[in-house]
Design a protein around this ligand. Structure first.
Ligand code: AP5
Ligand code: MG
Length: 191
C-alpha cells in the first residue's frame, strides 16, 4: 500500500496536487474538508456542528474527524493506498492516524509538505473567494485559518521529520512543475 499525507497551509495546493496523485497512483482520496463541506451542504447533524467551527476558520474537534477517518478506512479495505488531504491537523490526529494504520499492518510512506509563503497563500485564497466562493475564503477567515495552521498544525512537520517521513516540496510554480517535484519524491519510495 502507498499511503501519502499531503500537508500544507490553507491554499498550499493540497487539493490540486491530490487530483494529480490520484490519477497517477490510483489512490483513494480522503479530504476531511470536502467530507465536512458535503455534510454542511446536506444540513446533517455533523454538518451543523462542523459549520460552527469551519465558518470561523477553526478546527473541528479531534474526536469528530478521527471518527470519520476510522470509518473511511474500514469502508475501503481493498484500496491500494490513501492520500490524506487536510488530515492530520493536530498532533492528536497524527498519533491517531498512525495507530489506525498500524492496526491494519500499514504505515504512512511519506508526508509531502507543500511549502508556500503567506503572501502567495492569501493571494490564492482571496482570488478563489472572489470567483467560486468557498464560504471560508473571506479575508478575515483566511487570516484565522493561517493562524490555526501555524498554532496547531505546523508542529506536525517535526513529528514526521522525527519519523523520517517528511519531504519538503517547493509549492511555488505551475501546478505541473510542483507535481514534477512530487513525482520525483514518490517514485523513489520503496513500498
Ligand atoms: P480544508 O478543506 O482542508 O481547507 P484548507 O486546509 O484551508 O485548504 P484549502 O482546501 O483551501 O487549500 P488546499 O491546500 O487544498 O489548496 P487548493 O488546491 O484548494 O479545511 C477546511 C476547514 O475544514 C478547516 O478550516 C477546518 O475547519 C475543517 N477541517 C478540515 N479537516 C480538518 C481536520 N483534520 N481537523 C479539524 N478540522 C478540519 O488550492 C487553493 C487555490 O489555489 C485554488 O484556487 C487553486 O486553484 C489555486 N492553486 C493551486 N495550486 C496553485 C499554483 N501552483 N499556483 C497558483 N494557484 C494555485
Ligand atoms: Mg483543499
Amino acid at each position: 500500500m502507498l499511503n501519502i499525507v499531503i500537508f500544507g497551509a490553507p491554499g498550499s495546493g493540497k487539493g490540486t496536487q491530490s487530483e494529480k496523485l490520484i490519477e497517477k497512483y490510483h489512490l483513494t482520496h480522503i479530504s476531511t474538508g470536502e467530507i465536512l463541506r458535503n455534510e454542511i451542504e446536506h444540513d446533517t447533524k455533523l454538518g451543523q456542528l462542523a459549520n460552527k467551527y469551519m465558518s470561523e476558520g477553526q478546527l473541528v474537534p479531534d474526536e469528530v474527524v478521527i471518527d470519520i477517518l476510522d470509518g473511511l478506512l474500514a469502508d475501503n479495505p481493498d484500496s491500494v493506498g490513501f492520500i490524506f488531504d487536510g488530515f492530520p491537523r493536530t498532533l492528536k490526529q497524527g498519533e491517531a492516524l498512525d495507530k489506525m494504520l498500524s492496526k491494519r499492518g500499514e504505515r504512512i510512506n511519506v508526508v509531502l509538505s507543500l511549502e508556500v509563503d503567506d503572501e502567495e497563500l492569501t493571494d490564492r485564497l482571496v482570488k478563489r473567494g472572489e470567483i467560486s466562493g468557498r464560504s471560508d475564503d473571506t479575508p478575515e477567515t483566511i487570516k484565522s485559518r493561517l493562524q490555526v495552521y501555524y498554532g496547531q498544525t505546523a508542529q506536525l512537520k517535526e513529528y514526521y521529520a522525527n519519523q523520517g517521513n517528511l519531504a519538503l516540496i517547493d509549492g511555488i510554480g505551475t501546478v505541473d512543475d510542483i507535481f514534477g517535484r512530487i513525482e520525483n519524491t514518490v517514485d523513489k519510495l520503496k513500498y
